[in-house]
Design a protein around this ligand. Structure first.
Ligand code: HAM
Length: 441
């Protein structure tokens, strides 16, 4: 896949308006070569979703605050401190920090879970979290997400993990670890909680302030604390998988069997608890050494009880999301973007108004025929200046038309790579040209 030109590099522009001409901290403009890389990734990822039978869904960027506060969890970083709030009249809205809760709101609103024809949805949407920006961690970032509903089998979990794995494989990324865990269900989670809190209670004074706060209401969140001192304590904790009920154990075993059959390497890691509260049973994370400190490439899990948090009857659901910006970092670290730049096929250089009269409609006809065509509308410019531009944008061919050529009823086609040129009659110019420029490499 080739690349277009157009990235002219960064230029420092000091504005008299100060910050107004700067994107909001942690948010970026995407254009030029960067945009082409994104579009290339988007095409690859979409094709994998389609092969796995996923249908696209787009939900609004604003949701009522409860969509997240009731679902992602009061004690999570996202709800506690990262949501961008928008208040208008009596509405309290937030810019979506993640896709699953809004997806569930849409499913319930439109009763999509009752539609037997579609069980699998994907999205590609911007997300907003007020985090401390650093490499791979932004305040506006983009996620591809997959949500598979109405299937409670471990095979559905394996299917979703295989899908995420296939996306990275399709992009040529192999440097990642897959970690899986089971978080238990309504039946065994109380036992897990009890075991965990019994262990943590005597350690409480040594935990950070936030973990102490979380002890009563959300002790599992403590396992997700990033502080080294808290991590050292939780690493000594009980193996919670021993508390799983027989159903959860069987589910987890079968998932592992399926992943092995699919030749997907994974690590069974009891420390995977995820940073959102709606998960039960299977949870997983993909991490990569290509990324640096923010090593999470993607992650997800099962959220069979999420509908209940909206006051509805629950149904099975499993899914994941992956960060687009982190994909770009991984691919750049590997130098894995295809190299050859995509360049315009032909540049039309009119010398004078009469030439422009002929070349203007020709440019449109070539574009309609699928040929990337550039044209100069400054027909008074010298041939030298026009060809210099054609060279700069690396056009494969240039077509020159001046007084002399018009008098001779021909145009001059230059092959900029082979450094050859030939005359083409004006009569039948479009067909001849199309034939010539689409035939050559
Ligand atoms: P999450 O783990 O919060 O899960 O985010 C998924 C991925 O989004 C991360 O692995 C990372 O690649 C990317 N990501 C998260 N935060 C940032 C950030 N600030 N900057 C750049 N990239 C970021 C969820 O969001 C769940 N909704 C996933 C899910 C779907 N579970 C079930 N279905």
């Amino acid at each position: 896949m080739p690349w277009p030109l157009g990235s002219i590099g960064f230029q420092w522009y000091s504005s008299p308006f100060g910050g107004i001409l700067k994107a909001v901290r942690g948010m970026h403009d995407i254009f030029g070569l960067e945009m082409t890389k994104w579009k290339w990734i988007e095409t690859q990822v979409r094709s994998v979703f389609e092969n796995f039978g996923y249908q696209e869904i787009r939900t609004p960027v604003l949701e009522n605050i409860e969509v997240f506060s009731k679902t992602v969890g009061d004690e999570t970083d996202i709800v506690e401190k990262q949501m961008y709030q928008v208040t208008k009249e009596n509405e309290s809205l937030v810019l979506r920090p993640e896709g699953t809760a809004g997806f569930m709101r849409a499913v319930l609103e439109h009763q999509l879970h009752r539609d037997p024809s579609v069980q699998k949805y994907f999205y590609y949407l911007p997300m907003f979290r007020h985090e401390r920006p650093q490499k791979g961690r932004l305040r506006q970032f983009h996620q591809f997400g997959a949500e598979f509903i109405n299937d409670s089998s471990p095979e559905a979990d394996a299917d979703v993990i295989a899908l995420l794995d296939s996306i990275y494989r399709k992009l040529g990324i192999t440097e990642y670890d897959i970690r899986i865990n089971s978080l238990g269900c309504l039946e065994c989670r109380p036992q897990m909680k009890e075991t965990l809190t019994r262990f943590l209670k005597p350690e409480l004074p040594k935990l950070c302030e936030q973990c102490q706060k979380r002890f009563e209401r959300a002790p599992f969140r403590i396992l997700d604390c990033k502080r080294e001192s808290c991590r050292e304590i939780t690493a000594q904790g009980p193996v919670l998988s021993s508390c799983l009920c027989s159903k959860c154990q069987a589910h987890h075993l079968q998932l592992k069997k399926r992943l092995n059959e699919a030749q997907i390497n994974f690590i069974d890691d009891p420390s995977i608890v995820r940073g959102l509260d709606y998960y039960s049973s299977t949870a997983f994370e993909f991490t990569s050494s290509l990324l640096g400190a923010q090593s999470a490439l993607g992650g997800g899990g099962r959220y069979d009880q999420l509908a209940e948090r909206f006051g509805e009857k629950p149904f099975p659901a499993v899914g994941f999301a992956l960060g687009m910006e982190r994909l770009v970092i991984a691919l750049e670290a590997k130098n894995a973007f295809p190299e050859k730049p995509l360049v315009p096929r032909i540049y039309l250089a009119p010398l004078g108004d009469k030439a422009l009269d002929i070349l203007f409609p020709l440019s449109l006809n070539l574009r309609r025929a699928g040929v990337w065509t550039e044209i100069s509308y400054e027909s008074q410019k010298s041939l030298k200046a026009q060809l210099k531009h054609a060279n700069r944008i690396q056009c494969r061919f240039s077509l020159i038309l001046g007084e002399d050529e018009i008098n001779k009823k021909t145009a001059l086609l230059k092959d900029m790579t082979a450094q050859t040129q030939m005359e083409i009659p004006l009569e039948g110019l479009f067909e001849n040209l199309l034939n010539k420029v689409t035939r050559e490499n």
